[in-house]
Design a protein around this ligand. Structure first.
Ligand code: NAI
Ligand code: MG
Length: 363
């Protein structure tokens, strides 16, 4: 079986890290005998917008909706297009149209990358000691467009925006998170809400967590208020395994968790439609980095790791694990591998991509 992948590099360093992501996928495909076919698309970037006056062609759903996955770089170039136009005109359209209701972000402390957090006794954490997966609900919750403004410009001005939680929407993301927790050695799930302050929707989420937990007696469940949970992330990030949260809280935690494990250049993410009715999208956490774009020094590991998540989702767990191990080999200071400037080295983007591909071939 050949998996068809839609490749969309986007803007800025997206176009520089994408070739390295593809290089490593190609090496994995060869080593594990995986059939991958790549279709390249030049939309979702500012040059396309300058030519066409929109971020995507009118028929974008037909052009990428039949693929098995979307491999995405980054979009956004504020000097040319306001961010709400470029992101809402592309990435956020994909998430909605393809019902990518799970946003998954692994945060794992890698060798040779210092966590900005030290233990209370001052000692640093060892690689792998922080190893969590943030599962964010990606379609409803606090990010609804139900609401409005009244009495604009007067002293009675009033704005309302409603939070929407449906049983279908909450249960499906919880089920995904419980299944994920069950598949991991620690089998531990943490849910974040704020039921003491937000007294209708958040207790509902808690209630659905308890209902779902009954079907997963093997999974240990903890429920926290979001405020104290952020403190725990900073003080003892190693205590967490799978963490599930609503759209807003998940958004915050999924930036906080990678920050606890070091540079943004290595963090991957997946926007998943677990039923596979539509393509899922895999992209690094970082954006287009206009400040370093065009110099060939961007760290490609976030893109490469996102490719590993894609293979995992397509059913190739072994290939995923091998890519993550190859990344660890290259990052391990003991091996003296190439490092880009964000990790204190002098290497170029392509040096790191080649080193990971080599480690994968020989690992
Ligand atoms: P950014 O992630 O692009 O950059 C933040 C900082 O991290 C910069 O100093 C950058 O040089 C550094 N950095 C990021 N990725 C790196 C890498 N791979 N290697 C080395 N250093 C790296 O975030 P920023 O500057 O806030 O946004 C720039 C543009 O990207 C904006 O238009 C923003 O909307 C867009 N963006 C797009 C995202 C996406 O496509 N999913 C996500 C985040 C931002
Ligand atoms: Mg965010």
């Amino acid at each position: 079986r050949v998996h068809r992948i839609a490749v969309i590099p986007g803007d800025g360093i997206g176009t520089e890290v994408m070739p390295e992501g593809l290089r490593v996928l190609q090496a994995a495909a060869e080593r594990f005998g995986i059939g991958l076919a790549f279709d390249h698309f030049d939309f979702a970037c500012w040059p396309y917008y300058e030519r066409h006056g929109q971020m995507l062609p009118d028929d974008w759903r037909e052009r990428i909706g039949g693929h098995d996955a979307i491999f995405f770089g980054a979009v956004g170039w504020p000097a040319k297009i306001p961010d709400h136009v470029s992101l809402w005109g592309s990435l956020l359209q994909f998430r909605r149209a393809f019902d990518q209701y799970v946003n998954l972000r692994p945060a794992r402390l890698m060798p040779g990358v210092r966590s900005p957090l030290v233990r209370r006794d001052g000692t640093p954490r060892a690689p792998g000691e922080i190893d969590m997966l943030i599962v964010r609900e990606n379609t409803e919750g606090e990010y609804s467009s139900i609401g409005g403004r009244m009495f604009e410009g007067t002293e009675r001005e009033l704005v309302v925006q409603e939070t929407v939680m449906t049983r279908h929407g909450v249960d499906r993301v919880l089920r995904y998170a419980f299944e994920l927790a069950r598949s991991r050695p620690r089998k531990h799930l943490t849910s974040a809400t704020k039921s003491n302050g937000i007294a209708i929707t958040m207790p509902y989420w808690d209630e659905r967590v308890r209902a779902m937990a009954a079907a997963y007696p093997d999974v240990q469940v903890d429920q926290y208020h979001i405020d104290i949970l952020t403190a725990h992330f900073v003080q003892r990030p190693e205590a967490f395994d799978v963490v599930v949260a609503s759209n807003l809280f998940g958004d915050i935690l999924s930036d906080l968790a990678p920050a606890c494990t070091g540079t943004i250049g290595i963090a991957p993410s997946a926007n998943l439609n677990p039923e596979r009715r539509y393509p899922s999208l895999f992209e690094p956490v970082h954006g287009s980095a206009p400040d370093i774009a065009g110099r060939g020094i961007a760290n490609p590991i976030g893109q490469i790791w996102s490719g590993a998540l894609m293979l995992d989702f397509l059913g190739y767990r072994q290939a995923h694990d091998a890519i993550v191990r190859a990344i660890e080999v290259v990052l391990d200071p003991a091996n003296g591998g190439p490092r880009t400037p964000d990790l204190g080295g002098h290497a170029r983007t392509a040096d790191v991509g080649r080193a990971v591909a080599d480690a994968l071939r020989h690992g």
